[in-house]
Design a protein around this ligand. Sequence first.
Ligand code: ADP
Ligand code: MG
Length: 459
Amino acid sequence: MSEIEAQWGRVQGRLRSEFGDAAYNSWLKPLSLQAVESGKVCMAVPTRFMRDWVQSHYMDRIRDLWQAENPKLREVEISVRASVPNGSDEVVAHKNGAGSNPQDMPRPSESARSSDDEFGAPLDPRFTFNNFVVGKSNELGYAAARRVAESATVHFNPLFLHGGVGLGKTHLMHAIAWHIRQRDPGRRVIYMSAEKFMYQFISALRYKDTMAFKQRFRAVDVLMIDDVQFIANKNSTQEEFFHTFNALIDHHRQVVISADRSPSDLEGIEERIRSRLGWGLVADIHPTDYELRLGILQQKVEALGDAEVPQEVLEFLARRITSNVRELEGAMNRIVAHATLIGRPITLEMTQDVLQDLLRANDRRLTIDEIQRRVAEYYNLRLSDLLSARRARTVARPRQVAMYLAKQLTTRSLPEIGRKFGGRDHTTVMHAVKRIEELMCSDASLEEDIAHLRRLLEV
Ligand code: ADP
Ligand code: MG
């Protein structure tokens, strides 16, 4: 590593510790070192919006830190450099002229359009429909996403995709954007995280530029906001999001939202917004099952080309790494990298050895949250009901089942389990466990329910 790179590494370390991980990851991590010439450091970011933000918020500190490292440096310059395929790193396609939209939403002028590239977020080229493996747990989400991508008219609005981490929500949203971009480059699609939406909004407020902000969003054909749970408890952002959302829906523009839970379970988001989010199609993506995991691995292996991964290794991974697809992919990449590095074929033994830590973590990965989710789903209840104080049998019994399973399948103590169930006392949990044990002896259908849930949870 060159001396300059080492200095940059230290500057980055300082920035991270001074501004915290969240700000660092959003704004500072994307900075790339381009060149150093005659006392000037040149760095680049992917969009103009980011450059402006970094310049107005972090520039002084960046300059000071560089100078502390290297007193010869007098100047720091940040430029914009796109880095993703097709010459543009943004997900905004432009519509020329009036087009086929009957509504009279504001349309940006040519010059406004060119600056649209600052909006949105980069699309991952791997996240296409072709690369998405469909199984029972995600078929609804997949079908809905395809429908949105393929039709020119709006069938359900919004499409609300929800499910746990690493189950393919972002993948499907990017796939929609790629598809539309390819099929109909005239449609304007914006994809961004709810977090970025918030930063854009805050910056618009700061620069007294909220009119432009509103117009930009309201002139799109398809708006996708990822991880909307992020705006929980952020009231003015929520408010603005809701206005944008309503304006688009009223004008029959497609909106696609994702979150880690269903609309009704989004705590910290206003009731009227939650209910509006659930008006279209709500598609949940369930945790993967063994077959789907194996299918995803097989597809991955094919994509890798020449790497030879024995079937027994794939089956082993699919059985043991159950938490989410991201980890599954990570595990396979690790083994392949390891084998390439030491120049030996991949074996089951090597796999167990290389993945020791991950396998151990997956072993105790089953969480009370997951149990609660599964039980609520199984009995067709809302998660919030399961955790509520309601005593109706239809809710109380499933709650006891969930407590029982939490006791059986995790290493959590009774008080810990009680806390996870809306702050109940440990004696309540103890009672629930006993009660279910008793009932299982006399109630065959309950016994069956529990056997089924166990199978679901222990895959
Ligand atoms: P989420 O947004 O739900 O947290 P992501 O969409 O980021 O999850 O998915 C995590 C990783 O797993 C990505 O690399 C994605 O491509 C992959 N992935 C998830 N589901 C599938 C699937 N059904 N087929 C292929 N890859 C998948
Ligand atoms: Mg995601």
